[in-house]
Design a protein around this ligand. Structure first.
Ligand SMILES: CC(C)(COP(=O)(O)OP(=O)(O)OC[C@H]1O[C@@H](n2cnc3c(N)ncnc32)[C@H](O)[C@@H]1OP(=O)(O)O)[C@@H](O)C(=O)NCCC(=O)NCCS
Length: 137
């Protein structure tokens, strides 16, 4: 697991394009994000990325994706993101997930995230987003 610097932007975009083929983020988007205050990116060399933003005592996951599913990479990335949020002073970590995303919902449940909100018809396909939160302990 490596903390990302700007030079990781291309590798991050490559993983994102595999994990989110319908909505890939560009290398320049990752560069821009990595330059913003409070934003941290982590890359798993096996093929996975997570980005989070910490502001005061709250943090949010901006994106999480793996190139090869079911190898434990997503879990490792989220555990690292929780530790990163805590180290940046965040007591609570939030994220949004499509209610229909069974893989991600199961992962977050396993980590102890609880539903704290719902955004009706949040996605283009009319699906709802769930807002999940975790006390970083
Ligand atoms: C969600 C995602 C990051 C999970 O990463 P992963 O590396 O495949 O997950 P892991 O192998 O670490 O699995 C950890 C846990 O997640 C859950 N999980 C992962 N994939 C699952 C699936 N297809 N179905 C059900 N549960 C699943 C399980 O609880 C699993 O624990 P287990 O292996 O003990 O059963 C991955 O599927 C992905 O990149 N999806 C596309 C992008 C995406 O949807 N990102 C999240 C947006 S909110």
């Amino acid at each position: 697991m490596t903390r990302c610097a700007i030079h990781h932007a291309a590798a991050m975009a490559a993983v994102h394009a595999i994990a989110f083929p319908d909505d890939p983020w560009s290398e320049s988007s990752f560069s821009r994000l990595l330059g913003q205050p409070g934003v941290a990116g982590l890359i798993d060399e096996r093929g996975g990325i997570v980005m989070l933003r910490c502001i005061a005592d709250e943090a949010e996951i901006l994106t999480l994706g793996v190139a090869s599913p079911r190898l434990g990479i997503g879990l490792a990335l989220m555990q690292a993101a929780i530790a990163q949020a805590k180290s940046q002073g965040a007591a609570t970590l939030h994220l949004e997930v499509a209610e229909s995303n069974t893989a991600a919902c199961a992962l977050y449940k396993q980590l102890g995230f609880k539903q704290t909100g719902r955004r009706q018809k949040y996605y283009d396909n009319g699906g709802d987003a769930l807002v999940l939160s975790l006390n970083t302990g």
